[in-house]
Design a protein around this ligand. Sequence first.
Ligand SMILES: [Zn+2]
Length: 243
Amino acid sequence: MNEEITKLIDLQAIDSEIDGFDQEIHAMEQEITALEQSIADKENKISLCREESEQLERQQRELKTGMEESFARIKDRQNKMMQVQTSREHQALLKEIEENKKMIKTQEDRILQLIEQVEQLGQDAAELEGLIAEEKELLLGKKEEVKKAVNKINSRKTVVMGKREALAPALQPNTLQRYTMLRERRNGTAVVPTRNGVCQGCFMTIPPQQENEVRKGEKLNFCPTCQRILYYLEEEEAESLDA
Ligand SMILES: [Zn+2]
């Protein structure tokens, strides 16, 4: 096989390995981001609980003021009862007293409901606080773990980068340029094998004449559909790749 093709295959293998390292690091960083997001969501829910509690407590205070006013009205009507002469006036005052008593009952019931709701919100917030504490601890551990793993990956990456630096200048500049451009446009894969006359990059069939040239490997061949650089993989090698 043409030496340039062999170098390209090696370079692709190296770059794929480097991409793999980057993906591994990214995936681990994503786990941390997800955990941080989960904590932030819970903190947000807690502040919503607090806001709602404050609002309900305001309502409670208003209801209490209302109740005090009702009590005052009852007291006032009771005092008036002693001064009125006619039974009609007496009835009217009694009616007002009854109405205020009903109002107090309603206000009391509503206050009890509000107290329960505020209690529930407090419990919800406390539960969330507990979960946050757990997640924060988990996050600390995770960060430590990721830091170590990233360091390990980075030292492996340094070794592979060294190989790359040795190999890349050995390619002809225009080949390297083409390879680089293809990697950018084709999601990181510029060099692909053919199998049974099919490009393993885009899975389109290659014309038989070109497939023969790819087999010979005397010059660079490009997939007519995706323009990737093609090489021929011996069936045995292909099978071992599948395994
Ligand atoms: Zn293709």
